[in-house]
Design a protein around this ligand. Structure first.
Ligand code: ATP
Ligand code: NAG
Ligand code: NAG
Length: 312
């Protein structure tokens, strides 16, 4: 019997980043020379799953990849990271998620997303994953699959007493109110909190306000991440949020820091169910702080062996 601790649900997972570095972006119709090109593995669900796995969680991915070389290499990437993929459904008619990124010297990204197999995970396929979901301790969901499928998965988890972590990303303004009620932990960043509450979220005070508003909508707890300022944590039925600062580090590349945080959050919630959420968030912040100190998303995620014993 495969004992699962954390599951990440997201067919968007299978996002291959094709990155070419050039001094500037090409203009329409123009061809310019780049000085570097690499293929990376990205996608929120996959990033979160890989980070949880690297900390030692048994993870499984419910996802869909294209029946092509990108899909194959993505499955291999999961295997290399110890993520269980089970039998995979390959979508014949579509291509994998391929994201072409042009990275500018200033560190800005221009991202083009070519939709592939991701939105095609259907009810029947999700039902096939029921056993995996119900035997997990934690289910992590994002909005990379259709909201209806995410809600269905969260319901499956809640009915089976599986702790749910919901990350409303990429954010949509008119989020179905059921998402709040189905989230044991609702974790988002500043811009997502802003979009969902309609109020600006640029500092700790504003994040505290936003966390109260989101909690009021029915979540068990709310975490709003604030980059170098750490995060704000508010748990029901409390009304006073806690600001959890992070150790300041000099960031090299913050890409995927939020996903590292959520993957680590899933790991700690699964492995230390009695730990206070504030402490869970503090440790997840320490893990994410390591991820901002080198380039890339998954390529920057630490393994358990890279981290101090005080985090375990
Ligand atoms: N400069 C930094 N120094 C220390 N920790 C950081 C820094 N940037 C991010 N972190 C850690 O990572 C967590 C998540 O970062 P952030 O709030 O920027 O997420 P995000 O906006 O979703 O990230 P991204 O979109 O860049 O992947 C923070 O709560 C913090 O713990
Ligand atoms: C994947 O594509 C190959 C052709 O490239 C085809 O032979 C194979 O049947 C496809 N697999 C599935 C599961 O559709
Ligand atoms: C929050 O996350 C989204 C991805 O969902 C990202 O586009 C956005 O830049 C992030 N916001 C901040 C303030 O980092």
């Amino acid at each position: 019997m495969f004992a699962l601790c954390a599951i990440s649900l997201s067919p968007h997972c299978c996002l291959s980043d094709l990155t070419s570095c050039s001094p500037r972006l090409p203009k329409e119709g123009e061809t310019i020379h780049g000085h570097n090109f690499f293929i990376g593995f990205g996608g929120k669900g996959a990033n979160q799953c890989v980070q949880a796995a690297r900390l030692g969680a048994k993870t499984a991915m419910v996802a869909k990849v294209g029946n092509d070389s990108f899909g194959d290499s993505y499955i291999q990437n999961f295997k290399d990271n110890g993520v269980y993929t089970g039998k995979h459904d390959l979508e014949t008619a579509s291509s994998s998620q391929i994201r072409a990124c042009g990275c500018l010297h200033a560190g800005e990204n221009a991202i083009v997303i070519v939709a592939g197999a991701n939105m095609m995970l259907n009810k029947e396929e999700l039902q096939d994953a029921l056993a995996a979901i119900t035997s997990a301790k934690v289910l992590v969901c994002q909005l990379e699959i259709s909201p209806q499928m995410s809600l269905r998965a969260l319901r499956m988890a809640q009915e089976n007493k599986v702790t749910t972590i919901f990350n409303p990303a990429p954010a949509i303004p008119d989020l179905d109110p059921d998402f709040y009620r189905l989230s044991d932990v609702f974790c988002c960043n500043e811009s997502e909190a802003e979009l969902l509450t309609g109020s600006s979220v640029n500092n700790v005070e504003e994040a505290r306000c936003a966390s109260r508003e989101l909690l009021r909508r029915g979540c068990g707890a709310v975490i709003i991440t604030l980059g170098a300022q750490g995060c704000v944590v508010l748990e029901a039925p409390e009304s006073t949020s806690k600001h959890v600062p992070t150790t300041p580090v000099s960031a090299v590349d913050t890409t995927g820091a939020g996903d590292s945080f959520i993957g680590a959050l899933a790991y700690y919630v699964a492995h230390y169910p009695a730990m206070r959420l504030e402490e869970v968030a503090r440790r997840a912040g320490q893990v994410a702080a390591v991820s901002v100190q080198s380039m890339g998303a998954q390529s920057s995620y630490p393994h358990k062996r890279d981290l101090g014993a005080e985090l375990f």
